[in-house]
Design a protein around this ligand. Structure first.
Ligand code: CA
Length: 226
């Protein structure tokens, strides 16, 4: 069971988040100010933190900075209010993984939490380099070469390829790809996956119409072979 720490001083927000996280089956811990948040994060080692930016005693930014200094490496999702755009940038600089602006839709938040938790647990076993056919990819440096020539892949295409390679030999559904690469569950957007796969094939397959690596699994999704 994943453990989530909520660091937030607004009681209604805390109640809403806690109830919904518990419904999702997460174990929830709450801290009401920055100092308490920092302390509980280091003691309880949660799998994810939802961290409000404006907090009594110590700001969310300082909490985040302190945690990363202490080698805390679980995902941190920051809550910001409208008009705190600068703080968002700072938040990412001090080591937050994501931010969500209040007021936000609960489904969006839950989907992001799910995606971050999944990514965090997968990260341990993911590979950094992979070669197939005449293609070599360095996922860490975001570099790809095909037949000696650099290939321009967008960050999304790298993520997509990485997920496929990490699950090579398995059939992965469009929904799994959406969830892992885009971070939300939405049946209606499965076409997005198809479009990105088509673009990726143009770049890495010799004959994109007859792919040798990213195979289509009829009505289900895709399978990477190679
Ligand atoms: Ca607050």
């Amino acid at each position: 069971m994943s453990k989530i720490l909520i660091v937030e001083d607004e009681p209604d927000m805390v109640t809403g988040l806690r109830d919904n996280f518990e419904l999702e089956g997460y174990q929830v811990i709450v801290a009401r100010d920055g100092e308490e948040g920092l302390k509980k994060a280091l003691e309880e080692k949660p799998d994810l933190i939802v961290l409000d930016l404006m907090l009594p005693k110590m700001s969310g930014l300082d909490v985040c900075r302190n945690l990363r200094k202490n080698s805390f490496d679980s995902p941190i999702l920051m809550l910001t209010a409208r008009g705190q755009e600068l703080d968002k940038v700072l938040g990412l600089e001090v080591g937050a993984d994501d931010y969500i602006t209040k007021p936000f839709g609960l489904n969006e938040l839950l989907a992001r939490v799910r995606a971050h938790l999944r990514r965090a647990t997968h990260e341990v076993s993911t590979i950094e380099n992979y070669a197939f056919g005449d293609v070599a990819v360095d996922f860490q440096k975001f570099k790809a070469i095909k037949n000696g020539t650099p290939v321009e892949l967008s960050p999304r295409e790298f993520e997509l390829l990485k997920f496929l390679v990490n699950h090579r030999g398995e059939t992965v559904t469009r929904e799994q790809l959406l969830d892992a690469v885009w971070g939300y569950d939405a049946m209606m957007f499965t076409r997005t996956v198809d479009n990105h796969v088509a673009k990726l094939r143009q770049k890495i397959e010799d004959d994109p119409e007859n792919p040798a690596f990213i195979m289509t699994v009829h009505r289900v999704g895709y399978r990477f072979v190679g």
